[in-house]
Ligand binder design. Structure first.
Ligand code: DC
Length: 226
C-alpha cells in the first residue's frame, strides 16, 4: 500500500507495544521510525552518570540544563548514541526506567528533546512514538493513534522483553514501575500524557500485531481514500 508523506504519531501508556507497532508500520510503509522515549532515556542515563539526579530522584535542574547544551544525543545505526558511544542497552535498564519519568517531567529537558524530535521529523514519512507526539511535538500529524492495554498484560510483555535481553526480571517490580510511570507521565505539569482530541484509541490487550496492522491499514484506506 502506497501512502502519502504523512507523520504518524503513536502515543500511549508505557509498554503498550508502541515501539513494536511503530516499527512494523515503518517497515510496511517504508517510513522512518523514531523512538522519542529513547531520547528521554538517554538524557536520564547522562544525568545519572554525571550526578544530576540522586538516589532519591532529586534533580539538579540548573546544572542539568547547562550540561544539555553540550550533550550530543542522537540516533545511529544501532539505536541511541551519546557521541560515538552506543547507549541502547544501558537506557533499557531498570535503573534508567526508575528515573526517566522524573527527568521527563523537567520542562528544560522537554524543550531539549522536542527540538531534536522536530528536526528529525521535518520531512514527513515518519512514525514517531511517545507520550506527547500528537499533542505537543507534532500537533498537526495527519494520523494519531493512542495506545492502551491492561496493566498486567503490559507488565508481562515488558518482563518478557527484558528476559529475552538476558536481564533479571521480577514481574511485580515491573508492574509497579509501570504504574508509577503511568501516574507521573499523566500528572506532570508540562506536556502530560493525554489523548489528543483527534487521536484514535487502540486497546491491544487481546490483539496480535497482525490484527493491529490491519486495523491501521483500514483506517488509512478510509481516511486517505486509498
Ligand atoms: O516509551 P518509553 O517507555 O521508552 O519512555 C520512557 C519515558 O520517557 C516515559 O516514562 C515517559 C517519557 N516520555 C515522555 O515523557 N514523552 C515522550 N514523548 C516519550 C517518552
Amino acid at each position: 500500500m502506497q501512502i502519502p508523506d504523512i507523520i504518524i504519531a503513536i502515543d500511549g501508556y508505557s509498554s503498550t507495544g508502541k515501539s513494536s507497532f511503530a516499527k512494523i508500520i515503518a517497515k510496511e510503509f517504508s517510513f522512518l521510525y523514531l523512538d522519542s522515549g529513547a531520547l528521554y532515556r538517554g538524557v536520564t542515563l547522562f544525568a545519572i552518570e554525571n550526578g544530576y539526579i540522586g538516589d532519591d530522584n532529586t534533580i539538579n535542574v540548573p546544572e542539568l540544563d547547562k550540561a544539555l547544551s553540550g550533550l550530543d544525543l542522537h540516533f545511529g545505526p544501532n539505536g541511541t548514541y551519546i557521541g560515538k558511544r552506543c547507549i541502547e542497552k544501558e537506557i533499557r535498564s531498570m535503573e534508567v526506567a526508575g528515573k526517566v519519568s522524573p527527568i521527563a517531567a523537567v520542562a528544560e529537558v522537554r524543550t531539549f528533546v522536542d527540538r531534536k524530535l522536530r528536526e528529525f521529523g521535518r520531512n514527513g514519512r515518519i512514525v514517531m512514538d511517545g507520550r506527547d507526539i500528537g499533542t505537543t511535538v507534532f500537533p498537526d500529524a495527519q494520523l494519531k493513534v493512542f495506545m492502551t492495554a491492561d496493566p498486567l498484560v503490559r507488565a508481562q510483555r515488558r518482563a518478557d522483553e527484558m528476559r529475552a535481553k538476558g536481564m533479571e526480571t521480577d514481574l511485580q517490580e515491573v508492574l509497579k514501575n509501570l504504574q508509577e510511570r503511568d501516574y507521573i507521565d499523566s500528572h506532570r505539569e508540562v506536556s502530560p500524557l493525554t489523548q489528543a482530541e483527534d487521536a484514535i484509541v487502540l486497546d491491544n490487550s487481546h490483539m496480535t500485531m497482525e490484527e493491529q496492522l490491519q486495523w491501521l491499514k483500514n483506517i488509512i484506506k478510509e481516511r486517505f481514500g486509498l
